[in-house]
Design a protein around this ligand. Sequence first.
Ligand code: 4AD
Ligand code: MG
Length: 462
Amino acid sequence: MKRSLVKYLLKTAPVGEEVLVKGWVRTRRGNKNVQFIALNDGSIVHHIQIVADMSIFSENDLKPITTGSCIEVSGKLVSSPGQEQPVEIQAKSIKLLGSADPETYPLQKKGHSLEFLREIAHLRPRTNTFGCILRLRHALSFAIHKYFNDHGFFYMHTPIITGSDCEGAGAMFRVTTLDLNNLPRTPDGQIDFSEDFFGKDTKLTVSGQLEGELGALALGAIYTFGPTFRAENSNTPRHLAEFWMIEPEVAFNDINDNMDLAEDFLKYLIRYVLENNIDDIKFLSNLYDKELIDRLNFVLDNPFVRLSYTEGIDILTRSGEKFEFPVFWGADLQAEHERYLVEKHFKRPVILTNYPKEIKAFYMKQNDDGKTVRAMDVLFPKIGEIIGGSEREDNYDKLKQRIEELQLPMKDLWWYLETRKFGSAPHSGFGLGFERLMLFVSGMSNIRDVIPFPRTPKNAEF
Ligand code: 4AD
Ligand code: MG
């Protein structure tokens, strides 16, 4: 007999059929006449109830069927007299596939703190919470590919190992095969990277954008979706050292087209999970964030506010609010400022544009005022910055001048600059942090709880 998914049995309820299910035991309870096993197979947040009539099974048969064990059950699907579930399985045979010692299995029935679950990240996929998180990650990933495919974008694979620093922030992980105990040196005492694997100094990428632009200037519209790495020592609920980023890049789009794309894309993704993963969202909402579903619908129903950085600074200075970090024209906005604009002032998602060029990356298109660049950050309630992007500088001379002003190494960027020499075109793009989006749709409040194996300062277990 072929195994049925619990999801299928609960949704279609083929009452009267003989079925086979396999999964992990969440609980077993009952008395000497009848025992009830709650079985979860990961296909859906809900468990299926297995009813074991103790005139067929012995105490000894059921003894090893403890929380966490893995079993295979065949029997007849019947309507359930209970309120909690539409159907249940009257077990005919129960086979133990893998036991879980009740003395040492850490996930007993009682709830566990999210902090504790991080320490057992190898087992936390077995919890209801992480089942929901993993299914949501899958659904969002699928929806991202679907959105772009349906809109004529091509998925482009940009390199993980790179010689160039896209964001210019200087917080990159080095990739090397040099012997750290015996480093080759140049005559002037520097590390001799010509002896390294790639014959040069290489890092893990912080963004696929620069290579993505090369694709957009050939295929018209591309997107990347891959892991990115930042070695910044940010121990916050919104930063990871390894996170996934989605970066569309579109030829002929200006900053306004870019904002339209970002808003449409985000709304599509939120709508997709509301339509396809409502069980997971409801479960997480009940446990962690009662306002989650209202917040998701609110974002869908309202246009994002669009305003300039300068207008944003005005609102913040006039707000009378006490901020930890000072507000002045030229200051980089902190999460507290972003959240004030979104949560207190506008009470809607906000797209801020035209930032001072000093606080943004070298590649952003310079405005005629000589002071600002065509940057855009999308700011979300509870999250702050969820997207960062811009129109790109497509003018060869201006881009070259900016690279020189910032003293960025031309030897690593010559190929990027060349695209502005041969068939340059206006183009724009942005980066969406996948885990920031996951925070928003799941209602979780720590980014470590929306990725299976978080990498943060001093933590790379599992
Ligand atoms: O704003 P960022 O640094 O922009 C870029 O990397 C551009 N190259 C993107 C582009 O234009 N193609 O990062 C983009 C997004 C942020 O808005 C945020 O959502 C997320 O990536 N992000 C992080 N997420 C988790 N942990 C971190 N340390 C993150 N840093 C950025
Ligand atoms: Mg940013």
